[in-house]
Design a protein around this ligand. Structure first.
Ligand code: DQA
Length: 146
């Protein structure tokens, strides 16, 4: 059976395609999910793709991931910069974690430069737009296959 990767998306990412396209691009989250499925299948993985605007739902998804996920890719949106709860949930996950952002959070407002997820992430991919999701799948596949 193919190993599974959880791709978790936080608040406002359901609006991709119409939300600030100059920053976040024109692809919708559905488009990105399709790209991720294709990339994962090429590498022999399966993806579980989720989005929530609620911090608690994201914490629940991370807790459940320990049962059967080989890795987590998380774009926590604005919770990246605020959520100790998501940070704590990720601390208990014992497989690779990629922190992902469409935009380069280090080239934007100062409040985006602080990440609670960076402290627990195996690695960080940001600034490559929707392609970053595919790069993150490649990174997890390399880590898992190593
Ligand atoms: C984001 C960057 C965050 O600062 C922002 O709050 C988002 C999206 C990104 O993918 O670039 O919602 O995570």
């Amino acid at each position: 059976m193919a190993k599974k990767i959880l791709i978790l998306n936080g608040p406002n990412l359901n609006l991709l395609g119409i939300r600030e396209p100059a920053i976040y691009g024109t692809q919708t989250l559905k488009d990105i999910e399709g790209n991720c499925k294709t990339k994962a299948a090429e590498l022999g993985f399966e993806i579980v793709f989720k989005q929530s605007n609620s911090e608690g739902a994201l914490v629940d998804a991370i807790q459940e991931a320990s049962a059967d996920m080989a890795g987590i890719i998380i774009n926590a949106g604005a919770y990246t910069h605020t959520s100790i709860a998501i940070h704590d949930a990720l601390r208990s996950f014992k497989a690779p974690i990629i922190e992902l952002h469409l935009s380069n959070i280090h080239g934007r407002e100062d409040f985006r430069k602080k990440s609670y997820i960076a402290l627990v992430a195996t690695g960080i991919i940001c600034g490559f737009g929707a392609k970053g999701y595919e790069y993150s799948i490649e990174a997890i596949a390399d880590l898992v296959n190593k």
